[in-house]
Design a protein around this ligand. Structure first.
Ligand code: SF4
Length: 403
């Protein structure tokens, strides 16, 4: 069995492609906080030293009660959330990863924190690229979006999980959420803030994807981030798509990415890279073209890190195994040196079907989903339909008792 070549590392969970004419670095309107740094060159980043993406879950408070919520969000803020000063220390340390570190402020709903603008300004002034994933609620008014832009926010990511108000609001558990999200998306464009749309793929949403694709284009988003459900938090009650449906969906997304006026990336679905490679191999006339040369991607602990609302350092928000806490440990040291993060960056440490797979260096499976289903972050990803040639070991199935 031939091993696939190691990937060239890139800026997103999966390849971002197909967004001509929609640059992320559109000039901000007059009065918006100046951001004079260029994003780091993705090909120059060593993901064993720094993450492309550092997510800080600033709060778990949120007015919505979405069926799929990873954070088990609740209306009130947790009394042990990182304070403003602790948050600033975290941002100071994020800066020491290197120039232009990307920081995503997530939740819950980050707007539940009264110091949000202060934190965005603090990070922006220190050269961090600050982005935000607010909830689609009536708190996200055009004035608030303008304030976020003034504070220096570089991208706003909004969730749309249905192509119609009925489908989206039903999934989100809140009437009016679709209209509020669409209004906020248009306000982001007005304010000159690049827009990202996030969509969850599960049995309840997969038939909405074509309509959502059209909406993403209509809203002028720069990126569509498609998240394949991992059963953590309230997401445990949702049904995932089957591995076969996931395979079809990834092939469809790969085709969409080639013509859409926005980038496409997947989250918690690194086998999208394998599907894209196989599509390219099938289409290639070039003898010996293995289609592998332009792989981009990050996975939990390898180009990606997550800090919880109480400071725990996780490889991903969907892989809640702690490597330390920012209140007592160095985030940079834990990212680079902890056994957990180091093992997640070693494709040869994988077990089961993923460990036997020739695509493990460019895919490796979702470590979060493997953990959620088996309790082993190095186990096999049960969403993948691929079976390596000659593999006759155990097939991944079931859900962990201890997750
Ligand atoms: S078996 Fe694992 S490593 Fe191989 S393509 Fe599937 S998820 Fe990726």
């Amino acid at each position: 069995m031939r091993d696939a070549a190691p990937p060239r590392r890139g800026p997103s969970d999966e390849p971002e492609r197909g967004h001509p004419g929609r640059p992320d670095d559109s000039a901000p309107p007059e009065g918006v906080r100046k951001k004079d740094r260029a994003p780091p060159d993705p090909s120059a980043i060593d993901t064993s030293r720094r993450p492309f993406v550092l997510v800080w879950e600033v709060t778990q408070a949120c007015d919505l009660a979405c069926d799929h919520c990873r954070a088990d969000a609740r209306p009130e803020r947790h009394p042990d959330e990182l304070s403003t000063e602790e948050g600033k220390r975290l941002l100071d340390e994020a800066r020491s990863f290197g120039d232009g570190q990307l920081v995503v402020l997530s939740g819950g709903d980050p707007l539940a924190r009264s110091d949000l603008l202060e934190l965005i300004e603090y990070g922006t002034d220190r050269g961090l690229r600050m982005t935000l994933t607010p909830s689609g609620t009536n708190s996200l008014t055009p004035d608030v979006v303008a304030d976020l832009a003034d504070a220096g926010i570089e991208r706003l990511a909004l969730s749309i999980d249905g192509a119609s108000a009925e489908a989206h609001d039903d999934f989100r558990g809140e009437s009016g959420s679709f209209a509020q999200t669409v209004a906020a998306a248009r306000a982001a464009r007005e304010a000159g803030v690049p827009l990202q749309i996030n969509t969850t793929v599960c049995a309840a949403t997969v038939d909405e994807l074509e309509g959502i694709r059209d909406l993403v284009a209509d809203l002028g988003a720069v990126l569509w981030s498609v998240f394949f459900l991992v059963p953590v938090g309230r997401g445990r009650v949702l049904d995932p798509v089957s591995p076969e449906r996931a395979e079809e969906t990834m092939a469809w997304l790969s085709a969409v990415s080639e013509s859409a006026p926005f980038g496409v990336k997947t989250t918690e679905a690194p086998h999208y890279r394998r599907v894209a490679i196989q599509r390219k191999r099938d289409a290639s006339d070039a003898p010996g073209d293995d289609g592998i040369g332009r792989r981009l991607g990050i996975t939990a602990g390898d180009g990606f890190a997550f800090v919880s609302h109480t400071g725990d350092i996780y490889p991903s928000g969907f892989l809640p195994r702690s490597a330390g806490n920012v209140r007592s440990d160095s985030l940079v040291e834990r990212y680079r040196e902890s056994d957990l993060f180091r093992s997640l960056r070693d494709p040869d440490a994988l077990r089961g079907k993923c460990g036997a797979c020739e695509f493990r260096h460019i895919c490796g499976g979702s470590r979060s989903r493997a953990f959620a289903h088996t309790g082993d972050p190095l186990g096999s990803d049960p969403l993948c339909a691929y079976v390596p040639d000659g593999y006759d070991g155990a097939m991944p199935s079931g859900r962990a008792e201890a997750d």
